[in-house]
Design a protein. Structure first.
Length: 321
């Protein structure tokens, strides 16, 4: 038997290379829209070898598919070439899940449309692909025949954790991993907005979404896939209204803070407290109470001192006013 030279690939390297070549062909579909491009089907062994030896190459090509102009075609190519079965079985399980019999939309078709409609930011595109994976495990049917997916966002976030432990696609980018997980977990939040939300509720929502706010609103827009034009228009307008209110309130708060000037001094005098970290904690507690709608913003200092006095145990205040 001829000895293998140093340049000759091992069997595992050959397996991994076939998987990468299969991905490259899917990339061509996604980037050029060449749906008639021949699909190369790789085996489970090929995909496993690539995931062990060439994980960075897998991620880079999956990213290119997610960002391609025909990402729906690219995702279909991943289904055809076997990648979803091995690399992303959570996504593969959505294929064919949902039809007329169960009275809910096909989750795979919906997911591809969300990916197509999402803004070209990789964190939003990955969240679009994975946002509904929890539906497969949470479908329930009420006695009246209504289909529900209670808790699918929370289940989906846990599935994302398990996915990344099995195939650490995002482990080298902790910020990206945290963002994708956050968007999966909270992807329903913005679509729950109603026009009767108080300003405090809007502020609280913006604070809880933090630095993910813009990505979340973009994902929420992409998640509207109804074919009914009026329902789509209302859904998009609802998210736009929420966005406008968030920015308007942020501008107002930047000009006039919710707590009056000198509130720290007023607290120290009223409760005979020295300058300390506690004063900052009390001010943050008052801001949280304002966000929760428990007390109005921009009142006189005496009103906030009275609120603290009435809730001394809650705020950990010693003594009396």
């Amino acid at each position: 038997m001829r000895e293998m030279t140093e340049q000759e690939p091992t069997t595992e390297q050959g397996n991994a290379s076939r998987a990468i070549e299969a991905l490259e062909r899917a990339v061509v579909v996604a980037e050029t829209g060449a749906a008639d491009r021949p699909i190369l089907v790789a085996s489970q062994t090929d995909w496993h070898s690539a995931s062990l030896q060439m994980l960075a190459d897998l991620r880079s090509r999956l990213d290119r598919i997610m960002l391609g102009k025909d990402r729906e075609g690219g995702l279909d190519a991943l289904l055809a070439n076997g990648a979803l079965d091995v690399l992303l079985p959570e996504v593969r399980s959505m294929v064919g899940f949902g039809d007329g019999e169960w009275r809910h939309k096909d989750v795979w078709k919906h997911t591809k449309q969300v990916v197509r409609q999402a803004v070209p930011r990789i964190e939003v595109r990955w969240a679009a692909l994975l946002h509904d994976v929890g539906k497969v495990k949470t479908r329930s049917i009420s006695p009246s025949g209504e289909v529900h997916f209670f808790g699918h966002a929370e289940v989906g976030a846990r599935m994302f954790d398990r996915l990344n432990r099995r195939l650490p696609l995002f482990s080298r980018e902790p910020a990206l991993k945290e963002t994708v997980r956050f968007l999966i977990l909270h992807h329903l939040r913005a679509n729950q907005y109603e026009g009767d939300w108080t300003d405090s509720a809007v502020r609280r929502f913006a604070r809880e979404m933090g630095g993910h706010l813009d990505d979340l609103l973009c994902l929420s827009r992409a998640d509207i896939t109804t074919k009914r034009a009026e329902k789509r228009r209302r859904g998009l307008e609802q998210i736009s209204e929420l966005s406008r209110r968030i920015h308007t309130l942020a501008e107002q708060d930047a000009l006039v803070p919710p707590l009056p000037s000198g509130i720290g001094d007023a607290i120290m005098r009223a409760f005979q407290l020295p300058p300390s970290r506690l004063i900052g904690d009390l001010k943050r507690g008052l801001e949280a109470a304002i966000d929760a709608g428990e007390i109005a913003p921009r009142l006189e200092a005496e009103a906030y001192v009275q609120f603290l006095a009435e809730n001394k145990s809650r705020f950990g205040l010693p003594g009396t006013q």
